[in-house]
Design a protein. Structure first.
Ligand SMILES: CC(C)(COP(=O)(O)OP(=O)(O)OC[C@H]1O[C@@H](n2cnc3c(N)ncnc32)[C@H](O)[C@@H]1OP(=O)(O)O)[C@@H](O)C(=O)NCCC(=O)NCCS
Length: 154
């Protein structure tokens, strides 16, 4: 498995369609695919040349970068690819001058097993929950998490 910089809208769409519990709303899926072209960084995970994971990162001056999308194809979840994508995104963000990497996800007030797993993944990767906000990215609760980067870019 390798992580490389690359913009692959078709592969991103294929990965998101394998995860309907997270990306089942067509308009939202299309917006993520379109963002592949405009995000500051698009990182892809490849196995034998096939793209199996994607992360999009956008710089949020002055101090932060945001991991706006991370997804691993359903057939390859749980194999360490997501962690490798977070590491690559954190490295990119550090080189881009950010001192933290932020991510938003559905908050714990909304009962959903899939997003509980997503939050466990972020915690495992070192993200710290900051606060839950209603109505930020959707009608329900959004949890903001932050990964401090000072140690990883020292
Ligand atoms: C979340 C996601 C990107 C994680 O990628 P992944 O390759 O499956 O995760 P990894 O194998 O790298 O897991 C890294 C760590 O996270 C934790 N983790 C991963 N999935 C978990 C789960 N379902 N429940 C609890 N912990 C989990 C594990 O502790 C793991 O550490 P380990 O190496 O000690 O086992 C991927 O599963 C995915 O695409 N999920 C659906 C879409 C999604 O949630 N996107 C983000 C929000 S929209």
């Amino acid at each position: 498995m390798e992580i490389v910089a690359g913009r692959d809208a078709a592969a991103t769409e294929r990965i998101l369609r394998s995860l309907p519990s997270w990306f089942g709303i067509e308009d939202a899926l299309r917006a993520y695919v379109a963002r592949t072209a405009i995000a500051d960084a698009s990182l892809v995970a490849r196995i034998d040349g096939e793209v199996v994971g994607v992360a999009l990162v956008e710089r949020r001056p002055p101090e932060t970068a945001e991991l706006v999308l991370i997804a691993v194809h359903a057939d390859h979840r749980g194999d360490g690819i997501g962690r490798a994508l977070v590491d690559a995104a954190a490295t990119w963000a550090g080189f881009a001058g950010a001192s933290s990497l932020e991510v938003h996800t559905v908050g714990p007030s909304f009962d959903d097993d899939g997003y509980a797993a997503t939050r466990a993944f972020y915690r495992s990767c070192g993200f710290l929950p900051v606060r839950e906000v209603d109505g930020l990215d959707w009608d329900g609760p959004t949890l903001i998490l932050v990964l401090p980067l000072a140690a990883s870019v020292a």
